[in-house]
Design a protein around this ligand. Structure first.
Ligand code: G3P
Ligand code: MG
Length: 248
């Protein structure tokens, strides 16, 4: 079962920053999940919230800032003084150092009319950085995935679900394009839905598992991966669990 750092290693570093992504890599994550959206001048930045109030020392909507302006805010010290001076990263800055052999899960955050533009901008960056293999583009907004898949047919795309689903049949057939993985809410994970998704030859990644017991249960349910804020803890716990199981 693969372990993905959720917004980096966001339990240990300010979410969606370069420090958080680097830490997730240092902690041995199999993959790293980040959220992206557009600034006022249509630059792709890595940020989960629509407003920066809770993740920086600034205030206001990401979409109201030009890149040069949003970069003036401190995205680190709200979390811990040690991270003072941490800037909001662009997707490009992450792609510059992110290792090619680790999975990068880019979640498209879509608001209003930004749907196609976000997909187009991300597609341009992935092509420019030659970052197609080992990339998964996910979104709660499934239409945006259609757009990116049209632009890069070989890109892996993933449906994100917040609500609990009991079947995937209709969504897959309505979509009409190849979907690589289905990312379900941990609250909704059970053996049946995981099996159902596997029957459609899709991977199942579960968000989020921040505790060891949930992680063990998801392993037993045969989930293909989990997203977690604490990659090193989940990796260690899983390793111990699997090792003990093999002894018994
Ligand atoms: O991609 C899984 C998870 O990140 C989805 O929820 O709100 O944390 O982006 P959120
Ligand atoms: Mg996310």
């Amino acid at each position: 079962m693969k372990i993905f750092g959720h917004r980096g290693a966001s339990g240990y570093a300010p979410q969606n920053t370069i420090s958080s992504v680097r830490l997730a890599l240092d902690q041995g994550s199999d993959g790293v999940e980040i959220d992206v959206q557009l600034t006022k001048d249509n630059e792709v930045v890595v940020c989960h919230d629509w407003i920066i109030d809770n993740v920086s020392d600034g205030k206001g909507k990401v979409s109201d800032f030009a890149l040069v302006e949003i970069k003036k805010n401190d995205f680190g010290s709200y979390f811990l003084e040690d991270f003072k001076g941490e800037k909001i990263p662009t997707l490009s800055e992450v792609l510059e150092f992110f290792p090619k052999d680790i999975i990068l899960n880019i979640e498209l955050k879509i608001k209003g009319k930004s749907r196609d533009l976000v997909a187009e901008k991300v597609a341009d960056l992935l092509l420019f950085h030659e970052r197609i293999e080992n990339t998964i583009v996910s979104s709660f907004n499934h239409s945006s995935l259609k757009k990116i898949k049209k632009l890069i047919p070989e890109i892996k795309i993933a449906f994100l679900y917040k609500r609990c689903i009991s079947t995937i049949n209709k969504d897959i057939s309505d979509f009409g394009m190849d979907i690589y993985s289905i990312h379900i809410n941990a609250k909704c994970a059970n053996k049946e839905i995981i099996k159902e998704i596997h029957n459609h030859n899709k991977k199942v990644y579960v968000w989020n598992s921040n505790d060891i017991e949930t992680t063990k249960k998801l392993y037993d349910m045969e989930a293909d991966g989990i997203m977690t804020d604490f990659p090193i803890d989940m990796k260690n716990a899983l390793w111990k669990y699997i090792t003990n199981k093999s002894k018994n």
